[in-house]
Write a new protein. Structure first.
Ligand code: FAD
Length: 404
């Protein structure tokens, strides 16, 4: 066992996946998360996990935890169809299956469930209520992370996995910008449990992801999360040490529009109650197919929250040091191709591999440079692809050039 010690700022999907990989490899790791508890904030929304994400989770998780992830994920198939606002089919798309992966490489999970699985076995490594404010490095390369409560932690490497507003990125790469992509989303859930609820949603709208596009490129995205067994049954059967919160089937129902089409300021939007957000959504889909309006009107108001879509602006590589970045902290992207989390999971898998090499004697700087070169390639490709598709389909702002 090496004496490499890794500090991760941010215990979201990417940071926890990295922590799992390092823990499994016997590398010393500590995660510092600003939220006071694991259950803080609304984290119970749908995340689509594609073959990159599944491959990453398979590589880092202990087998029972991976089995539990696969068993608690919905398996909605591979259809990504688009309809107009009167539900006429515009475009049918079937994604190719990855035959060796659960769900053919197309799964839909509840974010909270995935986080509970990713937290398993990490009790000693997790530090909640630790908001990183800044870091400093000494001549030997050791990094000290400083937290809002005045405490600090020192390690050989600091990974900024602290999401879109990353404090690590702001200090380390002030040239790396995050900009408003021009879109606002209203995320909500419709209960799908029981025959009556299921009957409200025609089967053709229950693919992996369905986009309904209306006037002015306003859109509604629909995506089911349907479980095959209860959380308790699955964990009792596969990984009794992992405690999961209950959940029931739902349809993620997301309204989106360009910010100019939302008849209020961001400040007003973010101050609205769930019922007000639902009324706003209904006013913006007036005249659309009654079946679709019926689905929107069945959103649980308590589940609705607004999102201001942001994107990173790709930057050129930088000088490698003992600080690096992962996930949304470096390549946040619009949800247009649904791969933000999957790219963060891929980062975690690739970085785990490089840090295992460093623990085995490869110079740390060389290992981190190899990670950064690979991640900058596929990470910013995904940012560009998301921005391109988002622009064509729903009017996302084009990516500014790095100089703008
Ligand atoms: C509603 C919604 C639906 C989405 N659906 C999909 C999907 O279907 N598929 C997909 O691939 N992606 C999806 N995404 C995107 C995806 O959630 C993100 O890309 C992913 O969570 C990025 O992981 P991360 O670990 O980089 O960041 P996060 O998961 O955001 O984690 C960052 C963590 O850092 C913590 N933190 C922040 N600042 C500090 C600090 N200073 N100190 C310590 N801790 C800090 C935060 O509290 C958080 O826990 C969705 C996003 C949203 C909002």
């Amino acid at each position: 066992m090496s004496d490499l010690h890794v500090i991760i700022a941010g215990g979201g999907l990417g940071g926890l996946t990295l922590a799992q990989g390092l823990h499994r490899a016997g590398i010393s790791v500590a995660v510092y998360e600003k939220d006071p508890t694991a259950a803080f904030r609304n984290q119970g929304y749908r995340i689509r996990i594609n073959s990159d994400g599944i491959t990453a989770l398979k590589a880092v998780l202990m087998p029972p935890a991976f089995e539990l992830f696969a068993a608690t994920a919905g398996n909605p198939g591979s259809r990504m169809d688009a309809f107009d606002h009167q539900l006429n089919l515009l475009h049918a798309q079937e994604l190719p299956p990855a035959p060796d992966l659960p769900g053919g490489g197309h799964l839909a999970v509840n974010r909270m469930t995935l986080r509970q699985i990713l937290l398993s076995g990490l009790d000693k490594a997790m530090h909640h209520g630790a908001r990183l404010t800044h870091y400093d490095t000494d001549r030997s390369g050791a990094v000290t992370a400083h937290f809002a409560d005045g405490s600090s932690a020192t390690g050989d490497v600091l990974i900024g996995a602290d999401g879109v507003n990353s404090a690590v990125r702001k200090q380390y790469l002030p040239q790396a910008r995050v900009v408003d992509a021009g879109l606002r989303l209203l995320y909500g859930k419709v209960k799908l449990a029981g025959d009556e609820a299921r009957a409200l949603v025609p089967p053709e709208l229950l693919g992996l992801w369905t986009t309904v596009i209306g006037p002015g490129k306003r859109f509604v995205g629909l995506a089911p999360v349907q479980y095959r067994e209860s959380m308790h049954q699955a964990s009792a059967r596969l990984a009794p040490d992992i405690e999961l919160s209950d959940d029931s089937d739902y349809l993620a129902c997301v309204f989106g529009a360009r910010r100019e089409q939302i008849p209020c300021t961001d400040e007003e939007l973010f101050a609205m109650t769930g019922a007000e957000l639902q009324a706003l959504t209904l006013s913006l889909v007036e005249g659309w197919h009654p079946g679709l309006v019926g689905i929107v009107s069945r959103q649980d108001p308590a589940s609705i929250f607004p999102v201001s879509v942001r994107t990173s602006v790709p930057v050129a590589g930088w000088k490698t040091t003992s600080v690096t970045l992962l996930g949304d902290a470096i390549h946040v992207m619009s949800p247009a191709i649904g791969v933000g989390a999957n790219t963060a999971l891929r980062d975690a898998r690739v970085l785990t591999g490089r840090l295992v090499q460093a623990a085995g004697g490869r110079p740390l700087a060389e290992a981190l440079r190899a990670y950064e070169e690979e991640m900058i390639g596929y990470g910013f490709d995904a940012v560009r692809e998301s921005a391109g598709r988002g622009h064509r389909l729903v009017g996302q702002d084009p990516l500014p050039s790095p100089q703008e």
